[in-house]
Design a protein. Structure first.
Length: 151
């Protein structure tokens, strides 16, 4: 959980570069990557909060097993669902508002049942621990892209 909070701080640190882009690294600018990461974090945490822990049942997922074992998400292999993409210009106000919402929402993870769950499009149904690890991998993935764009 501490790792995830550090990654959120890193996202916040990169907000001043939100307009910066480098098309040889990504079709999207830094702001898009921050916005997407914040939308994923907020959306997934809300899905966990609204889940029914009694409905969670572990099931093997090959893709999850591989990604969780290697510990990173390869670039260019997935596509973000529409619910976590922005099609309008991203503003500083948008990013700051999401960041402030996330700072309170993330604290709620500590009080969730360990079988709180989230259905990932590639990894299947994840329990709380698996979901936190996914959020760490996902945020780290986008932070690496941001770092490469900013360099």
């Amino acid at each position: 959980m501490e790792k995830l909070q550090n990654f959120i701080t890193d996202l916040e640190t990169n907000i001043p570069y939100f307009k910066k882009d480098n098309l040889s690294i990504s079709k999207s600018n830094v702001g898009w990557h921050i916005d997407h990461s914040l939308k994923v974090l907020l959306g997934v945490i809300n899905a966990l909060k609204n889940s029914n822990p009694q409905e969670y049942q572990w099931k093997f997922n090959k893709t999850r097993f591989i990604i969780y074992t290697i510990g990173f998400i390869p670039r260019g292999k997935g596509k973000a669902p529409k619910s976590v993409r922005t099609f309008e210009p991203i503003t500083l106000n948008d990013l700051n508002a999401q960041l402030e919402a996330l700072k309170t929402t993330i604290l709620e993870l500590k009080s969730l049942d360990k079988k709180a769950n989230f259905k990932h499009p590639y990894f299947g149904i994840l329990n709380l621990k698996q979901t936190i690890y996914f959020l760490e991998l996902h945020t780290k993935h986008h932070l690496k892209i941001i770092d490469d764009i900013v360099k």
